[in-house]
Design a protein around this ligand. Structure first.
Ligand code: ATP
Ligand code: MG
Length: 212
């Protein structure tokens, strides 16, 4: 279930960060949350170890913290991209060490919130897109979270075998329809608080709210 890249989409307050926080807290391997939104819930409720800055992150990894919330120094997309680049380089370098036998063991999930700001459709951010195209080779899985699927880099979406979709704003609907995605079939389901659908690439399943 969790060996493929994942997108979590939905309107504001639909439950995306809560879902990501739940995965972050429960997946057994290493989990790094790039906390673009400066969400306190990730350390307060989901047990994340908070760091800011690359040297603090490196130290936390050395100390074997497995649930790390990285709060960026920068508040601009460009500055955050630079920080995320460094993180991805570190994770790929660690992945090379962990996966020296070429067995592609998944050892890390990298969560990126508000990903349309960091890798927008119109100006994709190559380094993050490389997580989607090459991350598995280094044992790194991406979890891409956004309110605005219509504005997210296409590479991130097409490389994600799993889509978790919450209630979406009406202006996102044409996006799904353009790809022949049967979102309208599930409006009644998604209109209920924190309900979502899980698309694993083969079928779409209606899911009840997660319980944390
Ligand atoms: N499964 C759930 N069960 C109970 N409460 C939930 C659940 N999911 C979310 N909530 C509540 O709804 C609030 C908003 O959810 P969340 O922060 O996940 O929204 P979001 O989709 O990330 O929104 P935004 O795009 O604004 O960041 C949470 O703080 C929590 O109180
Ligand atoms: Mg959120």
């Amino acid at each position: 279930m969790y060996n493929s890249h994942m997108c979590i989409f939905g309107a504001t307050s639909s439950g995306k960060t809560y879902m990501a926080g739940h995965l972050f807290a429960s997946l057994p391997n290493w989990n790094i949350f790039f906390n673009t939104q400066f969400e306190p819930v990730l350390h307060k409720k989901f047990g994340g170890y908070e760091v800011t800055g690359i040297s603090a992150l490196t130290k936390a990894l050395e100390d074997k913290h497995r649930r790390i919330v990285y709060t960026p120094h920068s508040e601009t997309p460009q500055g955050q991209q630079a920080e995320l680049s460094e993180i991805i380089d570190i994770l790929f370098a660690m992945g090379r060490i962990f996966n020296t036998k070429g067995d592609r063991v998944i050892w890390c999930h990298l969560y990126v919130d508000e990903v349309h700001l960091l890798s927008p459709k119109k100006a994709p951010f190559d380094r993050l897109d490389r997580v989607a195209t090459q991350g598995k080779r280094f044992g790194v899985i991406g979890v891409f979270i956004s309110q605005r699927p219509a504005l997210v880099s296409q590479t991130l979406i097409t490389q994600s075998d799993k889509q978790i979709i919450y209630r979406c704003n009406t202006y996102e609907i044409p996006y799904f329809e353009r790809y022949g995605y049967p979102i309208a079939d599930h409006f009644d389901w998604l209109d209920q608080d924190y309900h979502f659908i899980l698309d694993d690439g083969r079928k779409i399943t209606r899911m009840n709210p997660i319980k944390v």
